[in-house]
Design a protein. Structure first.
Length: 496
């Protein structure tokens, strides 16, 4: 096993990886940008090195600097987390060239799956159902794309071959929207990924996003670890996930699981990966993409299977075979995850920055918090504003839902605006409670009035409101005459 592992990431995922490394007796090395100098992932690490600069491009995306640090500190391996360099084939190759183990699949698999068109071609050849559409080299002229869109039938989705994180995607209902969609998707993808190739997909109406965790090893074994339902999305990005999916029958689960393993086997996949599918209202499912890394929402899989996926990643990367077969994996109960963001749901999910004053998280049996911050930490403008992930487990969906509702009510963050109250409102929605929802759920979601917070939280929040005003303005009289706004500080969500 490795002695020292560098984590090329920040925030909650760097902390989460550090935890497993330390439990395994492996030294955890952090790297950090200037704004992250005092970050939690740095405080928790055994060693930390600076990446000079503030932006992601100058720091967490600097392949040369990160490899230099890994070499000079004697790290055996690099864990890339998610985002940043995790799906960068050039980085995986640079690690191997430097004699450092990259914790993830081979550069070749990353490269293939990083291009959505090659991924679709590869998996279609392996017999996995893919969304009907049109893809070639990605340089087709507008006239060809118009003709193909007509053939596929509107609405269609214009997608960037290099896309990710919901970027470079546009829906087109007709030819006019197609023309502008192609334009916008090309531009967005060129600026985000340096690649303007686009393709067309049939736009599946009322779809659910259901993905399967897969795991492979270097001796040819591959298993799936069941599904995660990720249809609660804003801007094509997940914010609440659950497992199992309320939409799958045992038969459908088996078929989709088999397709996911087929995909992993066809790729000779090693390590952790996620095969994403879109499921239509009739129960037909289509492959969307493979994420060749640890997924944000992996904790709900860990809770149902009592596994540590980071430990497994390390073992597989060190050449060990998977310690189980498909038949040994029996998930238990139900799990939910909520992504806690510093953002304002009443203002188009606008990120909120500043110092976190209070960070009072719920604890208890079957509640898990993966946090990248503590009270006193600063949320900067430079990176994704996800602060933490709150996950719960229950014997049944009802039990897990009630636990999550309680945990959200108990979770008090002040200083920045968060989506906590917004998520509590989503969880209380009758359709969500019944498990009947698709990826458009949030488009039409309107909460009526405040989600209920317990009295002690309201009192505490009101006190904070008062305290803040009197310290900031130093005017006692003003603090008394103006109404404190616990809702604003506690992240109250109200429909716009
Ligand atoms: P998951 O698919 O694991 O649920 P997301 O799609 O939400 O995760 O993305 C995980 C993280 O990585 C987010 O912080 C997102 O902003 C970032 N991300 C995903 N893809 C890319 C990409 N191609 N380039 C830059 N950042 C990305
Ligand atoms: P990314 O790499 O940005 O994660 P995906 O291809 O995984 O891109 O798609 C992200 C989300 O966009 C999906 O979870 C789903 O909500 C929506 N989506 C993608 N493809 C389709 C489609 N063909 N029809 C309807 N919705 C889609
Ligand atoms: Mg995706």
């Amino acid at each position: 096993m490795f002695k020292k592992v560098l984590i090329a990431n920040r925030g909650e995922i760097a902390v989460r990886i550090t935890n497993t490394l330390q439990q395994m007796g492996i030294a955890a090395v952090a790297v950090h940008s200037e704004p992250d100098r005092w970050g939690l992932h740095v405080r928790r690490a055994d060693e930390a090195y600076a990446l000079d600069g503030e932006t992601a491009a100058d720091t967490y995306l600097r392949i040369d600097r990160i490899i230099d640090i890994a070499k000079s500190c004697g790290a055996d391996a690099i864990h890339p987390g998610y985002g940043f360099l995790s799906e960068n084939a050039e980085f995986a190759q640079a690690c191997s060239d430097a004699g450092i183990v990259f914790i993830g699949p081979s550069p070749d698999v990353i490269r293939k799956m990083g291009d959505k068109m090659i991924a679709k071609t590869t998996l279609a050849e392996a017999g996995v159902p893919v969304v009907p559409g049109y893809w070639d080299e990605g340089h087709a002229d507008v006239a060809t794309l118009e003709k193909e869109a007509e053939r596929i039938g509107y609405p269609v989705l214009v997608k960037a071959a290099a896309g990710g994180g919901g970027k470079g995607m546009r829906i087109a209902k007709d030819v006019k929207e197609l023309r502008s969609g192609i334009d916008i998707a090309r531009r967005e993808s060129a600026s985000a990924f340096g690649d303007d190739r686009v393709f067309l997909e049939k736009y599946v109406t009322s779809p659910r996003h259901v993905e399967f965790q897969v795991f492979g090893d270097s001796v040819g074994n591959a298993v799936h670890m069941f599904e995660r339902e990720c249809s609660i999305q804003r801007r094509y990005q997940k914010i609440i996930e659950e497992s199992p999916s309320p939409a799958l029958s045992p038969k459908l689960r088996e078929e989709m699981g088999a397709a996911a393993v087929q995909a992993a086997q066809a790729l000779g996949y090693s390590g952790a990966g996620t095969v994403e599918f879109i499921l239509d209202a009739s129960g037909a499912f289509y492959f969307l993409e493979v994420n060749t890394r640890l997924q944000v929402e992996h904790p709900i899989t860990e809770m149902r299977l009592q596994l540590d996926l980071v430990r497994l990643q390390l073992e597989v990367a060190a050449g060990m075979p998977l310690p189980f077969e498909q038949a040994d994996l029996n998930p238990c109960g139900h799990a939910f995850e909520c992504r806690i963001y510093a953002e304002d749901a009443t203002r188009g999910f606008l990120p909120s920055v500043g110092a976190i004053r209070h960070f009072d998280a719920p604890v208890g049996a079957n509640i898990r918090l993966d946090s990248g911050v503590q009270a006193g930490d600063e949320v900067s403008v430079y990176y994704d504003p996800m602060l933490a992930k709150l996950a719960v487990w229950g014997q049944t969906r009802e039990e897990a839902l009630a636990r999550m509702a309680w945990a959200l009510r108990r979770f008090v963050v002040t200083g920045v605006t968060t989506n906590i109250a917004f998520m509590a409102a989503v969880l209380a929605d009758p359709a969500f409670v019944r498990g009947v929802y698709d990826t458009h759920f949030l488009d039409s979601f309107r909460a009526d009035g405040p989600a209920e917070l317990p009295d002690e939280v309201l009192v505490a929040a009101a006190m904070l409101g008062r305290e803040k005003k009197s310290t900031v303005r130093g005017a006692q009289s003003e603090a008394q005459t103006s109404t404190p706004s616990p809702w604003r500080d506690a992240g109250h969500w109200r429909s716009a």
